[in-house]
Design a binder for this molecule. Sequence first.
Ligand SMILES: [Zn+2]
Length: 108
Amino acid sequence: MKRSGPIRRSGGLNPMSAKRRAELNIRSRVRKEVLERDQYKCVAMHLVPDIDCWGPLDVDEIVGRGRGGDWLDPDNCQVLCRAHHDWKHLHPAEATDLGLTKNRMWDP
Ligand SMILES: [Zn+2]
């Protein structure tokens, strides 16, 4: 097929693919759903009482994306404040015991 006129770009120097755009759309819906489900509260607040909640709320994946976790599945997401989010990454073994992180999708 012959193209006429300039190649259409989706804007910017780094145009996003349609797939990426669709994912980001779903992600923003998932974020809202998870925030509402967890009532805009950090789920680690009572699990890790030694750490005071601080900072903006993040929607965090329980099974990380690098481990095959689905960032677009609300069941794989939880609300964490910045302090507990940092704590989780610094204490992976304890976070796993508390269920704040899982290594694989099929872990209980
Ligand atoms: Zn917190």
